[in-house]
Ligand binder design. Sequence first.
Ligand SMILES: *[C@@H]1O[C@H](CO)[C@@H](O)[C@H](O)[C@H]1NC(C)=O
Ligand SMILES: *[C@@H]1O[C@H](CO)[C@@H](O)[C@H](O)[C@H]1NC(C)=O
Ligand SMILES: *[C@@H]1O[C@H](CO)[C@@H](O)[C@H](O)[C@H]1NC(C)=O
Ligand SMILES: *[C@@H]1O[C@H](CO)[C@@H](O)[C@H](O)[C@H]1NC(C)=O
Ligand SMILES: *[C@@H]1O[C@H](CO)[C@@H](O)[C@H](O)[C@H]1NC(C)=O
Ligand SMILES: *[C@@H]1O[C@H](CO)[C@@H](O)[C@H](O)[C@H]1NC(C)=O
Ligand SMILES: *[C@@H]1O[C@H](CO)[C@@H](O)[C@H](O)[C@H]1NC(C)=O
Ligand SMILES: *[C@@H]1O[C@H](CO)[C@@H](O)[C@H](O)[C@H]1NC(C)=O
Ligand SMILES: *[C@@H]1O[C@H](CO)[C@@H](O)[C@H](O)[C@H]1NC(C)=O
Ligand SMILES: *[C@@H]1O[C@H](CO)[C@@H](O)[C@H](O)[C@H]1NC(C)=O
Ligand SMILES: *[C@@H]1O[C@H](CO)[C@@H](O)[C@H](O)[C@H]1NC(C)=O
Ligand SMILES: *[C@@H]1O[C@H](CO)[C@@H](O)[C@H](O)[C@H]1NC(C)=O
Length: 394
Amino acid sequence: MNNIMTKYNNFLINLTLSSLLPLLAFLFMINPTPSYLSNLVVFGDPVDCPHPHHHHHREDPDEDDQSVISSICDNFPTNLVPPETTNTSVFCVDQNGCCNFTTVQAAVDAVPNLSIKRNIIWINAGIYYEKVMVPKSKPNVTFQGQGYTTTAIVWNDTANSSHGTFYSGSVQVFSSNFIAKNISFMNVAPIPGPGDVGAQAVAIRVGGDQAAFWSCGFFGAQDTLHDDRGRHYFKDCYIQGSIDFIFGNGRSFYESCQLVSMANPVPQGSKFVNGAVTAHGRASAEENSGFSFVNCSIGGTGRVWLGRAWRPFSRVVFANTVMTDIIAPEGWNDFNDPTRDQTIFYGEYNCSGAGANMSSRAPYVQRLNDTQVSSFLNLSFIDADQWLQPYSFF
Ligand SMILES: *[C@@H]1O[C@H](CO)[C@@H](O)[C@H](O)[C@H]1NC(C)=O
Ligand SMILES: *[C@@H]1O[C@H](CO)[C@@H](O)[C@H](O)[C@H]1NC(C)=O
Ligand SMILES: *[C@@H]1O[C@H](CO)[C@@H](O)[C@H](O)[C@H]1NC(C)=O
Ligand SMILES: *[C@@H]1O[C@H](CO)[C@@H](O)[C@H](O)[C@H]1NC(C)=O
Ligand SMILES: *[C@@H]1O[C@H](CO)[C@@H](O)[C@H](O)[C@H]1NC(C)=O
Ligand SMILES: *[C@@H]1O[C@H](CO)[C@@H](O)[C@H](O)[C@H]1NC(C)=O
Ligand SMILES: *[C@@H]1O[C@H](CO)[C@@H](O)[C@H](O)[C@H]1NC(C)=O
Ligand SMILES: *[C@@H]1O[C@H](CO)[C@@H](O)[C@H](O)[C@H]1NC(C)=O
Ligand SMILES: *[C@@H]1O[C@H](CO)[C@@H](O)[C@H](O)[C@H]1NC(C)=O
Ligand SMILES: *[C@@H]1O[C@H](CO)[C@@H](O)[C@H](O)[C@H]1NC(C)=O
Ligand SMILES: *[C@@H]1O[C@H](CO)[C@@H](O)[C@H](O)[C@H]1NC(C)=O
Ligand SMILES: *[C@@H]1O[C@H](CO)[C@@H](O)[C@H](O)[C@H]1NC(C)=O
């Protein structure tokens, strides 16, 4: 934990991030997709519900109240809530009170300990402002949202406000067999300014083994996705951040994900580097952790490294990934510790785009051949045949 705090003391000196711009302003800048914005402006409002004011013809206040309640829930998509089966329990969350729980945490609290059933927490569209924790005693939990642009869990803890980066997550998952589908995890703490200390703000910490994320969004700036430990799968996800925005010691396979840097733009010709996509934390040769990115894309703003060697045996591979020119020509950083050059494993294979030009890469970076890359290219990297269920499985 001290490591993660001190690593920024070195790094933040170089930062040119402007402070105080709210995260959502950055969303606007880097992802000006109209559909996304129109979804975000409903922030906190009933998403699919008619506005109560449509009932102004009612005279009696009590009657009016009832009509408001019934009209808010009239559009509740009952048909989308999966049925309970012998193998599944369903916990329904709607912030307007149209089903059993109004917060995600209340639903998590209702999941029994050590359940062998799959516990589906079905979450209606909306922005849920709460800090959520799934304890180790509750395996087999699924968060099912309605789309990562319409359903989000949002909080704003920082390293300072939560006794360290590791506890700053808006969502913290400590149990195994966790699944999330069609939902976003966001940390909206102020974006760190140059020299800021203690401003790391995690959107989610994934601290259990065998976790899968399908079409999920991860939004933050510094340290967005804490891919802490265990085997994890990310498919079709959108991951945004600036410094070390995917970090941890997980063994994880990222397939067809969009990685979006929101580091400040750097002036033309400047050699300044102000962010890093990954900071993998493998500490010894005995650990089989690593991040493998296959068929992903990297874009956004700033000038960033593909990875920084948070710990000496840091291991990251990018394959078949399209990279824009935001990638610094040297590609990677050994944490200004040349002794790590012998032990880090940083590889690239068949990538494309202006950022994938390897002619100026740091000397320790490997141009992987077919044999070397094979164990990183498919789901066997995370032993998926032992645990990963298809998307259709709840
Ligand atoms: C429940 O699980 C059992 C054992 O894995 C399986 O045979 C059965 O088809 C499942 N039932 C449902 C409704 O999914
Ligand atoms: C609410 O909880 C009750 C009792 O556990 C259950 O019968 C019902 O199906 C739940 N409703 C929803 C929408 O989850
Ligand atoms: C679940 O386990 C935790 C910790 O082991 C315990 O504190 C809690 O009371 C248990 N909850 C239930 C509902 O048994
Ligand atoms: C529940 O979790 C246990 C271990 O955490 C796993 O063996 C089991 O297959 C899981 N059950 C379901 C339905 O996912
Ligand atoms: C939910 O996720 C699945 C699997 O990644 C994807 O195919 C689907 O389009 C998503 N649905 C919505 C509403 O976002
Ligand atoms: C989180 O937001 C609340 C409400 O705006 C604010 O009072 C609090 O200081 C914020 N916390 C941090 C760490 O920024
Ligand atoms: C975090 O706390 C330290 C020590 O109190 C303080 O110097 C620093 O400004 C704080 N950082 C933020 C982002 O609030
Ligand atoms: C990556 O894309 C290639 C070419 O489209 C495809 O053959 C391969 O199956 C994909 N790999 C993964 C892991 O999705
Ligand atoms: C290399 O990447 C291209 C896309 O740029 C893709 O079409 C091709 O299948 C990839 N080759 C291999 C061996 O994965
Ligand atoms: C790669 O970069 C080198 C040196 O900057 C340059 O000479 C070369 O033309 C570039 N290659 C491509 C394919 O852009
Ligand atoms: C791949 O690289 C390794 C290590 O440099 C080498 O031993 C092997 O012969 C190469 N394989 C191919 C197919 O080029
Ligand atoms: C995955 O890659 C491994 C090589 O590391 C290979 O042995 C295995 O057959 C591949 N599996 C699939 C499904 O392609």
